[in-house]
Design a protein around this ligand. Structure first.
Ligand SMILES: *Cc1c(COP(=O)(O)O)cnc(C)c1O
Length: 364
């Protein structure tokens, strides 16, 4: 029997996919899951019943294809985001990963280049390779910071067609100042670069951190991507979206699969959005735990990065592997993002966070 790897090697896989590894955060059966930045508070009871009711109604019509234009969903998303956005400025897909893939399909592809600023979201290079887009990187400054000047230079020198700016950044947690986004946009003028600001964690930002949504007027190449996976506690529903100029939706219509958002997905997302307030009620509680983690890690002599997200990236560990394994043995799964001396932990409920912090203290 050939091993699965040998069997894969015998397939006529595209040359540019040979040797690549799929996205693979471990999915282990552990009591306390703080590794993929999910909302660990669960779905509030009234949101749960609203979703069940809406999905049940949608099920009656499953013999028909869903609304290809997800009209109601776009109106609900526009209302939720505010900033004077209209429904024609919203687009959605099965997770913001699918939104980003569609952006690459429409604006990237063979002969085109996307640029990212690592350490950043590990899916950007994978989505690029899946669409035959060349992926290049530019370094960050001290403590993973980005400045308007350095960013503009990297965008200009790369000639990139697509620029990925993750704010708040995963895995480091810190938001970008709007000046960095404006500089990237202006520097991309010649190449008419699409600037994607990935705000998957936008709702968790510190008080006073502005959203790139405020930069949309007058910037037709700027795309702000969001998700219901994190703040909205709906990672399992798969609903991501973006806000941009209306013509961006026209471009994405060319590459999306017909009826890509199922009637069930649309019903669940619409029901959830009509309860946005309850859905977001746990965000403040998560921010409290996030700030508590930063404070306690600091008092343990570690170096947590300032976080605008629902997770904390921390450095100063002599042996991160030993800490990661020790936590796992105690039933706490966090994330080794492959940066020397560092780990990343999601802010959980108060109880989960307490177990994480007390186990870590013992291990240190
Ligand atoms: C979690 C995450 C997403 C969300 O992906 P979905 O497909 O919407 O679940 C997007 N971008 C970043 C940086 C993330 O960390």
């Amino acid at each position: 029997m050939p091993s699965p790897t040998d069997a894969l090697a015998n397939l006529p896989l595209r040359d540019d996919l040979v040797g690549l590894h799929p996205y693979g955060a471990p999915q282990l059966d552990v009591p306390i899951l703080l590794n993929v930045n999910e909302n660990t508070f669960g779905v509030p009871a009234d949101v749960h019943s609203a979703i069940v009711e809406a999905v049940s109604a949608a099920t009656q019509g499953l013999n028909r294809y869903p609304d290809r234009e997800f009209t109601e969903l776009r109106a609900n998303l526009a209302r939720y985001l505010g900033h004077g956005l209209g429904p024609d400025q919203l687009w959605a897909a099965n997770g913001s990963n699918e939104v980003l893939q569609q952006v690459l399909q429409a604006f990237g592809g063979p002969g085109r280049t996307a640029i990212g600023f690592p350490p950043t979201y590990s899916m950007y290079p994978l989505l690029a390779s899946g669409t035959g887009t060349r992926y290049v990187t530019a370094p960050r400054g001290a403590a993973f910071s980005m400045t308007p000047d350095d960013t503009a230079r990297a965008v200009r020198e790369s000639g990139a067609n697509i620029v990925f700016l993750c704010s708040p950044n995963n895995p480091t947690g810190t938001a970008l100042e709007l000046g960095v986004i404006e500089a990237a946009y202006d520097a991309g003028e010649d190449a008419r670069a699409i600037i994607v600001v990935d705000e998957a964690y936008g709702e968790f930002a510190q008080e006073g951190t502005p959203s790139a949504l405020s930069l949309l007027p007058g910037r037709p190449r700027l795309l702000v991507s969001r998700t219901m996976s994190k703040a909205f506690a709906l990672a399992g529903a798969r609903l991501g979206y973006l806000a941009a100029a209306p013509e961006i939706s026209d471009a994405l219509r060319l590459v999306r699969l017909p009826y890509h958002l199922s009637a069930i997905t649309q019903a669940a997302a619409n029901a959830a959005l009509t309860h946005a307030d309850t859905l977001l009620s746990n965000v403040e509680a998560i921010k409290v735990q996030r700030d508590r983690i930063v404070a306690e890690l600091t008092s343990l002599g570690l170096s947590p990065a300032p976080s605008d997200a629902n997770f904390v990236f921390f450095s100063g560990l002599e042996d991160p592997r030993r800490i990661w394994e020790g936590l796992l043995a105690a039933g706490v799964l966090i994330r080794d993002v492959g940066i020397p001396g560092s780990l990343r932990v999601t802010a959980g409920t108060e109880e989960e966070t307490t177990v994480f912090l007390s186990t870590l203290r013992t291990l240190l």
